[in-house]
Design a protein around this ligand. Structure first.
Ligand code: RVP
Length: 484
């Protein structure tokens, strides 16, 4: 009784999805889900905002495969903005940084310039920015033999097919086929050049038909900011981030809540606030947050629960927050502790709309950092953002008290290594396939239907032992099951 009259809290291994009658083939299960109020993802999976997990390379790969990378904040504000811009530009339909030629340049000059820039054609633009023609390798070639000092004006094609900003990839392609051309300059009113659409660019984008894109067809980008970093938030917003993550180990803190509210008022991007792990914390944030992120201590590299004695087992944390968030139509992200695809779909069954993973992605090629070999096995570095190493290398305030700078750190994370895994694509393929399989067992073809229909059973420790491969010696590693 009294202080010991305590509620129970559960985590991934304590529960299983109860199998139900199904007509859903796993391959047909649609994972599309909202991650914030205004952003939907084909694959509701996020890579963690950690300096050993997500920079531009990971952000691009995650978005191309339908998910979302959250750029970490152990970077200068300018550097961070550059990473966000790289993600936003990676698969742009309309290239904004166009290589252009001037009518009075010589053919030889333009040939060298195109060579240097790695392009095979350029719009010809007057001093006022108006498109006068277009010149390509094919136009130039005959002149290189005889008249290489001739001007671009003579060699260029004058009848240029142009289009306006709103053009879709399909329309652009149709235009190109119709006129047998490979580039379409995009012009504004007054025929001034705005950008360029190329055949090569369109075909490259087609490879990623399940990508997470914004209204203009650019990849979706996320970025983490500290709870009091208004400047970083504004810079990330201006750089084009679609979602900002107010990144804090304990967001149910009055100062953090107030500051997050201020940041929300300053930016266009959606704002996710976290981390939290209780009903009351959700109540303090639902009136302004576009998303809530859950996880107090479940992370693989996190020692918060051991160091501070505080935390909340993740399935219960997600369920509590989701209970409040759903009533206010605010999406929930389950962050940390996910080791297997089964954990990810359990988090969604508990009420999350999306999941965030760190260790699962840290060993891939797309994560920052190099591969090291220890005792003949390959690894990549993976460390907590509250570890001594991460705190020393950045101005991460996440686990720092304000006037703490000269003091010895009290870390809440460890520095570790994680097995090297190869490409993100195949890791994500296993994760998505396992999640779809879970939807098949529950008989739900969409995420909203799954959240509605999923039920848990409680598992004993005997049941847990039975769940894993047991009483055998594994001879060949499975791509989706590597227990330690
Ligand atoms: P995991 O996927 O289990 O590796 O967990 C990743 C999550 O752990 C991150 O998204 C973050 O919420 C949390 N984290 C990051 N650093 C630390 C720490 O140093 N304690 N925790």
């Amino acid at each position: 009784s009294g202080k010991l009259d305590v509620p129970e809290a559960l985590t991934f291994d304590d529960v299983l999805l109860r199998p139900k009658e199904s007509r859903v083939e796993p391959d047909d299960a649609d994972l599309t889900s909202r991650v914030t109020k205004h952003v939907e993802l084909p694959v509701p999976v996020l890579s963690a905002a950690m300096d050993t997990v997500t920079e531009a390379g990971m952000g691009i790969a995650m978005a191309r495969h339908g998910g979302l990378g959250v750029i970490h904040r152990n970077l200068d504000v300018d550097e961070m903005a550059a990473h966000i811009e790289r993600v936003k530009r990676a698969d742009e339909l309309i290239i904004r940084d166009v290589v252009t030629a001037k009518p009075e340049q010589t053919v030889r000059e333009v040939d060298e310039m195109m060579d240097h820039e790695g392009v095979n054609g350029a719009p010809v633009v007057g001093d006022d920015g108006v498109v006068l023609g277009i010149i390509s390798g094919t136009d130039i070639r005959p002149y290189l033999e005889v008249g290489e000092q001739d001007s671009v004006r003579e060699a260029m094609t004058e009848e240029v097919i142009t289009a306006e900003k709103g053009i879709t990839a399909r329309e652009a392609l149709e235009l190109m086929y119709e006129h047998k051309i490979e580039r379409v300059p995009i012009v504004g009113e007054d025929d001034r050049l705005i950008g360029l659409v190329t055949m090569q660019g369109i075909l490259q984008r087609r490879e990623y038909d399940n990508a997470a894109r914004d209204e203009d067809g650019r990849l979706i980008a996320g970025a983490a900011v500290g709870p009091f970093e208004v400047d970083r938030a504004v810079a990330a917003d201006e750089a084009g981030a679609d979602v900002l993550f107010i990144d804090c180990a304990h967001a149910h803190n009055r100062n953090v809540v107030d500051s997050a509210r201020e940041i929300k008022a300053e930016v266009d991007a959606d704002v996710v606030v976290g981390n939290i792990g209780t009903r009351e914390a959700a109540e303090a944030l639902v009136d302004f947050a576009d998303g809530l992120k859950v996880g107090i201590g479940p992370g693989s590299i996190c020692t918060t629960r051991i160091v501070s004695g505080a935390g909340m087992p993740q399935i219960s944390a997600v369920a509590q927050v989701a209970d409040v968030a759903a009533k206010h139509d605010v999406p929930v992200i389950a962050d940390g502790g996910i080791r297997y695809s089964g954990d990810a779909i359990k988090a969604i069954a508990a009420g999350a709309d999306a999941v965030m993973l760190g260790s699962y992605f840290a060993g891939t090629d797309e994560a920052p950092g190099r591969v090291v070999t220890m005792k003949g096995k390959k690894y990549k570095q993976y460390r907590g953002m509250g570890s001594v190493g991460a705190m020393q290398s950045g101005d991460s305030q996440r686990y720092l008290k304000e006037d703490d700078e000269d003091e010895e750190y009290v870390p809440e994370g460890v520095e570790a290594a994680t097995p090297y895994k190869g490409s993100l694509k195949s890791e994500l393929h296993q994760l998505v396939g396992g999640m779809q399989s879970g939807m098949g067992y529950v008989g739900a073809g969409t995420i909203p239907a799954f959240k509605e229909r999923a039920e848990f059973v409680r598992v004993s420790s005997a049941g847990q032992t039975e769940s894993h491969a047991h009483d055998v010696l594994i001879t060949d590693e499975a791509p989706n099951y590597k227990p330690d």
